[in-house]
Design a protein around this ligand. Structure first.
Ligand code: ZN
Length: 147
């Protein structure tokens, strides 16, 4: 399996970058084993910091897969879009949002779920170290990650 690094953006969170992030586009791949080291992945909730076009950033407490050996965090794209569409009360497609990092859980708990003040969220945010894509076959094209 090859991995591809997407262009890095400027760091926006105040805290040191954490985790290597993969937004899983394959609905039939649930990654109970790590795509990199083949160890069993943990299931754990992370507060994800999500930029949605024309909206304030969203903080979402979401079940993710995590491999401590590879420092790899995986979220499922279809789950994510379902939740985002529900929150925004309209269809949210893959080119309309970006997952930028994680927010400290204690700060998220203090706020009323999604409605933490922006500055407070940025102060408690870790950007991802890198955003990566695992290709399962040669046929998959990475989505446009310019935004
Ligand atoms: Zn691993």
């Amino acid at each position: 399996m090859a991995k591809k690094k997407q262009p890095t953006h400027q760091q926006i969170g105040k805290l040191p970058p954490m985790y290597r992030f993969f937004l899983n586009p394959y609905q039939d791949m649930r990654w109970s084993k790590c795509p990199q080291c083949d160890e069993k992945m943990h299931q754990r909730k992370f507060v994800l910091f999500i930029h949605i076009e024309s909206n304030l950033p969203l903080n979402l407490n979401k079940n993710c897969r995590y491999c401590p050996h590879c420092d790899l965090l995986i979220a499922h794209q279809n789950d994510m879009e379902q939740v985002l569409s529900h929150i925004c009360e309209k269809e949210i497609g893959s080119d309309e949002y970006l997952v930028l990092g994680t927010v400290e859980k204690k700060v998220w708990k203090r706020g009323d779920q999604q409605t933490i003040m922006l500055q407070e969220a940025l102060d408690a945010m870790h950007d991802f170290k890198e955003v990566i894509t695992f290709k399962v076959t040669g046929g998959w094209m990475p989505r446009n990650a310019k935004r």
